[in-house]
Each structure stands twice: as structure tokens, then as C-alpha cells.
Design a protein around this ligand. Structure first.
Ligand SMILES: N[C@@H](CCC(=O)N[C@@H](CS)C(=O)NCC(=O)O)C(=O)O
Length: 212
């Protein structure tokens, strides 16, 4: 049996969520880097896999899938290993709700709004657009406050690790390294406790991006 393939750059938060799920399940896989800096995600070879030219894409025995939420669910359900979704309908619905909050309200202000300009400024040694970063902060703060209020246990969707934690952890990891993240997260005690547990997991260490 051939290994499943995950297409995407290792530093992408969404790619890392899929890598976390594979690591937590103990699934061996091949990571096919897509050079986003060179625009490879918008070239024909990748557009055939993903019509919107985004990452990640997952391939398993000829079955090709994009959209991280679907990929994570597939990884959990198609492979042996610890379950990454709550057993009850309410728990699964809450987990899905949290993933949706991350995708719809947290990702955009945090990653393109704050993390990318901050990290790009460090790498290029140029000043970022501080006004644009400031404009992203209220939305990021609102999303964090909602995530903080949705906690029902040690993990985002309850007592056990779930796909919701794997969705948020890569975003959180970059965000905490920015001044805005440091400041906002200092007022989020549940997220801070969660991060100290999450960041110690071997899966987090195995998938740590080298850009961060
Ligand atoms: N809805 C998509 C979003 C994926 C996404 O936005 N990926 C980013 C990288 S973290 C990307 O491909 N950005 C390139 C672009 O938007 O052109 C999913 O859940 O997989």
C-alpha cells in the first residue's frame, strides 16, 4: 500500500493541521511541497488538484480531497488510531462550530491580517503597514474572545483532543509570536492553558515549521 500524499508547503497553517491529524493518528504519509513563494499553487498541475489554487490537497489511493475540514475528517475516519472527534452528536456539532469560527472569523484577521505582515517584515527587514495590522486587531480580538468562551474542557471541544484543536493550534502558534498575539492572548487564560498542553504534544513538535 502506498503512503497518502499531502500537497502543500510545510509552513502553511492549514497544511500543518492536516499533518497534525496524520501524526496524531500515526499515519505515514509523503509531504509534497508546493512552492507557494514561486506561485506553484496557481499553476496548472496544482489547479488540477485544487480548482481554487489553495493548499492543502490530500490524496489517498486515488481519492483526491481538498478543504482542510473535509481532509481532517477523512483522516480521522479512514485510518486506525485514536478518535479525533467526540462520540456524541452535540460534541461533534460543537467541534464543527469551533472549526467554522476559526475558518470564518479568526483565520483572516490573524494570519493575513497580522502574522503574514509581521513575519514578512522580519524576513525582508522592511517596516510593515502598521495601520493595516492595527485594523485587523479588533476582529482578531473578537474571534479570540469567542473561542475562549466556547471552551468546555481542557480541549476546545471537551475533555479529549479533537479536530478543532488541530485546526487552531497552527494559527495560535504563529499568532503568539507577534506582539498583537502576545498582548491579546495574555487576556485569554483558557487559551493559554490549552496552549501549554497542546504545545507539548509530540505531533506539534514533529510539525513545527522552520519559518516560525
Ligand atoms: N478553505 C481552505 C483554505 C485553505 C487556505 O486558505 N490555504 C492557504 C494557505 S494556509 C492558501 O492556500 N493560500 C494561498 C492563496 O490563497 O492563494 C481550506 O480549508 O483548506
Amino acid at each position: 500500500m502506498t503512503n497518502p500524499i499531502l500537497y502543500g508547503p510545510h509552513f502553511s497553517t492549514y497544511v500543518r493541521s492536516a499533518r497534525l491529524a496524520l501524526a496524531e493518528k500515526g499515519v505515514a504519509y509523503d509531504l509534497e511541497e508546493v512552492d507557494m513563494f514561486a506561485g506553484a499553487h496557481k499553476e496548472a498541475a496544482h489547479l488540477e488538484r485544487h480548482p481554487f489554487g489553495k493548499v492543502p490537497v490530500f490524496e489517498h489511493e486515488g481519492f483526491v480531497l481538498y478543504e482542510t475540514c473535509a481532509i481532517l475528517r477523512y483522516i480521522d475516519e479512514a485510518f486506525q488510531g485514536p478518535r479525533l472527534q467526540p462520540g456524541d452528536p452535540g460534541g461533534r456539532a460543537r467541534m464543527t462550530q469551533i472549526i467554522s469560527v476559526i475558518d470564518c472569523y479568526a483565520y483572516r484577521p490573524i494570519i493575513p491580517g497580522i502574522v503574514i505582515p509581521r513575519f514578512t517584515a522580519v524576513r525582508s527587514k522592511k517596516k510593515p503597514d502598521e495601520a493595516a495590522i492595527d485594523a485587523a486587531v479588533p476582529e482578531a480580538a473578537e474571534a479570540l474572545a469567542v473561542l475562549e468562551s466556547l471552551f468546555v474542557g481542557e480541549f476546545l471541544a471537551g475533555k479529549a483532543l479533537s479536530l478543532a484543536d488541530l485546526h487552531l493550534a497552527p494559527v495560535h502558534d504563529y499568532f503568539r509570536q507577534t506582539p498583537e498575539g502576545e498582548s491579546l492572548l495574555s487576556g485569554a487564560p483558557k487559551l493559554s492553558r490549552w496552549w501549554s498542553t497542546m504545545s507539548r504534544r509530540p505531533s506539534m513538535q514533529e510539525t513545527a515549521p522552520s519559518l516560525a
